[in-house]
Design a binder for this molecule. Sequence first.
Ligand code: ZN
Ligand code: CU
Length: 484
Amino acid sequence: MQKNFDLLIRHATVIDGTGASRYIADIGITGDRIAKIGDLSAYSAKNEIDLGGRVAAPGFIDAHTHDDRMMLSDPEMTPKISQGVTTIIGGNCGVSLAPMPRPIPDPVTPPLNLLDDAGVWFKFPTFGSYLDALKSQPSTTNRAMLVGHTTLRVAVMDDLEQPASPEQIVQMQALVTEAMQAGAIGVSTGLFYEPAVAAPTQEVIDICRPLKVFNGLYCTHMRDEADGVMDSLEETFRIGREVGVPVVISHHKVIGQKNYGRSDETLAFIQKSMAKQPICLDCYPYAAGSTVLSWSRAVTSARVIVTWSKAHPEFAGQDLDKIADKMGVTQEQAINQLLPAGAIYFRMDEGDVQKILQFGPTMIGSDGLPHDASPHPRLWATFPRVLGHYRRGLGLFSLETAVHKMTGLTATNFGLTDRGVIQEGAFADLTLFNEETVDAVATYENPIALSKGIETVIVNGDIVWEHGHVTAARPGRVLSRPVA
Ligand code: ZN
Ligand code: CU
């Protein structure tokens, strides 16, 4: 008998990613697309899944990742696919693996070492050669990539403590143009980090100039997320206006005890500014951040957990104060002995985290760090935590809204055509889950753990996750942003 579809999902509660109310339907998939939605009881398929009323949502889009190397070194992408993530945005916080037209410094300049402390993966002289590697060795997830401003500085400048010279700006503009022609979706900055702190606003504007003709995005880990957060928002919006492109405020947060509660101020300003120019933002669902270890960050934190250390790998996963006790030194001295290293910093207000998550335009992004020995739990648990703890547990928003923040909203903001929605003709990226059980399992103490309730994950029509395991399929594609 002739089969109508390759895959037929029966009795789904469809949450379509647009924010619209749920409905019951069957979903027929042919090739890489959703072919038909409705009562398909008269149809059959080569492969069928009966959901019995459980949820079918668009595959989640991780708006903020550092998966640039994981896609090549661990193409099963288990931390992501097991959460229902089917597309990742990479190259964030100024940190991308490419282009690196000359040898990377040894030791690798922090924070570029978040991607690869040994430096061997910074081997792509052009952005195009990196995207070619992603295309020829596909992973489970789709990806859309940014080119990092810090990577460009390290590629072109010998003294990172200076503003770029006019010649260096021209060189970096050429690298941005090459990246955009090859299929990058924009530029990211990490103006907060040491190798980019010396870059004045004008340097960023000049380097980003080529974005305009490609309809690229400007994504930023802002210069200051603490006392100077309002000035940093102003700077971000100015860059967007002068370059003439949309901006994405990465992992929006307010840091430091004396700034607790200031999300009221930042969100009001973001909302007001959105009326004048295109602005997007993402957030991870935790009151602790994670990045490279430093005393200046540790001293402003209520608690610090070391996530990796090159000199003392045995201390990964332990609290800094306990490590200092064991070493018999001060915490500042302990840090000097641990470096290079990474850490989790507790220095946000849970009330701010909830307000930012609840803010209508906020997308969900993990900011997970896949190469840390004892990573922040956001790597394995961001999406189930939003659906479990924040949606079902605290009731911050409806399930339809939660799904929209991780699918349709994100696809629209990043220009991912025919993704992030369940509609006839859209790509068949789907996450099938149980809304009663979905939740994070990973914790700060036990950070590597599969989440609960994510049953089946489909990318471009292929099942990549089922029965708690990654399948052999590697259907992930490189996605680009349409030129307006
Ligand atoms: Zn960042
Ligand atoms: Cu980041």
